[in-house]
Design a binder for this molecule. Structure first.
Ligand code: 5GW
Ligand code: MN
Length: 381
């Protein structure tokens, strides 16, 4: 029995050895866990305390970040070596690959920002609203608070779209104008009036866009800044002497031959409410001044926008990812301008216009810079 109860010497040794190894494993586990835990807490607390100055809607504010883990920037590796990512006045040019959306979402979430999206749907352009709003619900500022401001002459015909939580639609009645140029240009006046009257109370940023568009991919808080403009896809990477700026020195929109930074599209601009107020008010006043002198700038409100942004430098510039043309046009334009390789994501696209349909009962005879007939300067070059 004793023999049976007793343990052979070699067996006794192996039991001690196993116990010893188990103890070591436990100790390593315990100390290793604590070490890693401390390290990650340290990392998190450092991130929680991280502070980065950004220009905000209401003056400079600290960018407070908490518990966001992201790849460290590599000082030896340019985020996008194939495209310019900074203007000469050090404003970022926003391209896919230049920003970390989780980091930015976290920051703007913590600021609880509300973004106003203004869009005009007058006369026949009301037909674009359904596609515009439906795709905005999928791609525009998802996870943030959004107010759609739909300006229209027919409030009853605005489609009722089911909106996600935190998003609402405000329908605002505006008058229509006989000439499409006036419909387009008067947007500046309307946005300036409403900025002063209500937008400043309701939103932090305004994004002002055309309605004949659809969202095809993410358009988020990476676009937000005090004042931003978007590069027109038709004039990217061509000499500024070819930009279709207004050249008549009598016009308030005139830009001299050797002047200019970029050619910005009027279909996508924005910023903080005070900055958008200043921009739209200045453009409207310039348009009125021209009108008093019987002048109309070659590309209407777009010419005035370009003049304003030349003398009031935007704090961010959106790449042509944010303003592309429809599939067929897009491929054509992009190949022609070398955009196909540099545009990694087509985010916001213009829709094909059936202009003969739109123009039939428009009434006014249109000549010269008529839209949608292929006479746009970039389409024939
Ligand atoms: C109608 C005919 C010709 C040109 C513009 C219009 C038009 C424009 C209109 O009847 N109703 C209207 O609401 N608009 C607004 O102005 C839309 O928001 C439109 O997106 C914006 C600019 O006009 P677009 O989109 O025709 O200008 P482009 O530069 O994109 O051709
Ligand atoms: Mn348009």
């Amino acid at each position: 029995m004793a023999k049976l109860l007793g343990t052979p010497h070699w067996q006794c040794c192996s039991v001690h050895l196993v116990t010893f190894l188990l103890l070591i494993a436990l100790a390593v586990d315990f100390f290793g866990y604590n070490y890693l835990n401390l390290k990650s807490q340290n990392l998190q607390s450092r991130q929680a305390g991280a502070s980065l100055a950004v220009r905000e809607g209401r003056g400079p504010q600290a960018m407070k970040l908490s518990r966001v883990v992201y790849p460290q920037p590599d000082v030896l590796k340019a985020p996008r070596p194939d495209v310019p990512v900074l203007t000469p006045w050090l404003a970022p040019i926003v391209w896919e690959g230049t920003f970390n959306i989780d980091l930015l979402d976290e920051h703007f979430q913590s600021q609880n920002v509300t973004i106003g999206l203004t869009v005009f749907a007058v006369k026949r352009y009301i037909c674009y609203l359904t596609m515009f709003l439906q795709t905005a619900e999928i791609h525009f500022m998802v996870g943030h608070r959004v107010n759609y401001y739909v300006f229209t002459d027919q409030p009853d015909n605005v489609p009722r779209i089911l909106l996600q939580k935190g998003r609402q639609m405000v329908i605002l009645k505006v008058q229509s104008y006989a000439r499409w140029q006036d419909i387009s240009m008067r947007r500046m006046e309307t946005i300036s009036i409403f900025s002063q009257e209500r937008f400043h109370r309701e939103v932090n940023y305004l994004v002002c866009v055309d309605v004949d568009m659809k969202f095809r991919d993410h358009v988020g808080v990476e676009i937000l800044s005090s004042l931003f403009g978007t590069l027109h896809p038709g004039y990217y990477a061509i000499g500024k002497q070819f930009f279709p700026y207004e050249r008549n020195p009598q016009s308030q929109a005139s830009i001299l031959e050797n002047e200019g930074d970029f050619y910005y599209t009027a279909a996508f601009f924005g910023g903080s409410v005070p900055e958008v107020y200043r921009l739209t008010k200045a453009c409207h006043q310039a348009i009125m001044m021209d009108q008093a002198n019987h002048i109309e700038a070659v590309w209407h409100d777009e010419s005035h926008l370009n003049k304003y942004l030349l003398y009031h430098k935007p704090t961010k510039v959106l790449s042509p990812e944010y303003m592309c043309h429809t599939a067929e046009e897009c491929i054509w334009f992009q190949n022609k301008r070398g955009l196909s390789t540099i545009v990694k994501r087509v985010r916001f696209v213009t829709l094909q216009k059936n202009m003969s349909y739109i123009r039939t009962d428009e009434g006014s005879a249109q000549t010269g810079s008529e839209k949608g007939n292929g006479s746009q300067p970039y389409s024939s070059s």
